[in-house]
Design a protein around this ligand. Structure first.
Ligand code: GRF
Length: 201
């Protein structure tokens, strides 16, 4: 069974969606460890409630991004991790993790990339006045929110929506498409061809 690590920084609702998908049998995989750069991230508690190793690695005690990532890498290697999921992980990945897990790191972003990369994507989209918003699961590479796209889902923006209700609608779809994308990876049904990801049906 494929071994997964989830990197988090916050509330962990996407982590929860992955945990639930494993527990209900949709995903045949195992989360070996959850790593957070933030000590009091609720995501760590969610992991522990499900008997999953939950580790805080504080970047501030390391002299550089490289040495911090070396430490994260050590934990991942100790758990034989094969796939890394970013789920609300607020740090930009450096070359240490990117090189060690090339094409084996996925991220979920709350916008239809390449529109609205970066922080507060839902609010950016709302303010811009888009009629269709959504979320994206993609491979992670050097470019922020720029790696090859695996799955996207759109949601309609209604006149009565606020930034808050739009973010909620997007989040609901995130919890569906992240497990879907992970399932495709786990079943070895993704083929990377340059920027394109082909899905073997
Ligand atoms: C989600 O909106 C995700 O798309 C973004 O960060 C947020 C994390 O939320 N990358 P949660 O911690 O999974 O609840």
């Amino acid at each position: 069974m494929i071994k997964i690590a989830v990197l988090v920084s916050g509330r962990g609702s996407n982590l929860q969606a992955i945990i639930d998908s494993i527990e209900n049998g949709y995903l045949k995989a195992q989360i070996c460890v959850v790593v957070s750069d933030i000590g009091d991230a609720y995501a760590l508690e969610r992991a522990r409630k499900h008997g999953i190793n939950a580790v805080n690695i504080d970047p501030n005690v390391f002299g550089s991004k490289d040495s911090y990532e070396e430490e994260v890498l050590k934990v991942l290697k100790n758990h034989d991790v094969q796939l890394v999921l970013l789920a609300g992980y607020m740090k930009i990945l450096g070359k240490t993790l990117l090189a060690a897990y090339k094409n084996r790191i996925l991220n979920i972003h709350p916008a239809l990339l390449p529109a609205f990369p970066g922080l507060h994507a839902q609010e950016q989209a709302f303010r811009y006045g888009v009629k269709v918003a959504g979320c994206t699961v993609h491979f992670v590479d050097e470019e922020l929110d720029g790696g090859p796209i695996i799955v996207q889902k759109c949601v309609e923006v209604k006149d009565e929506d606020t930034a808050q209700t739009l973010a909620e609608k997007i989040l609901e779809q995130e919890h569906k498409i992240y497990p879907e994308a992970v399932k495709l990876f786990v079943e070895n049904r993704l083929r990377l061809e340059g920027r394109k990801v082909k899905i073997i049906r």
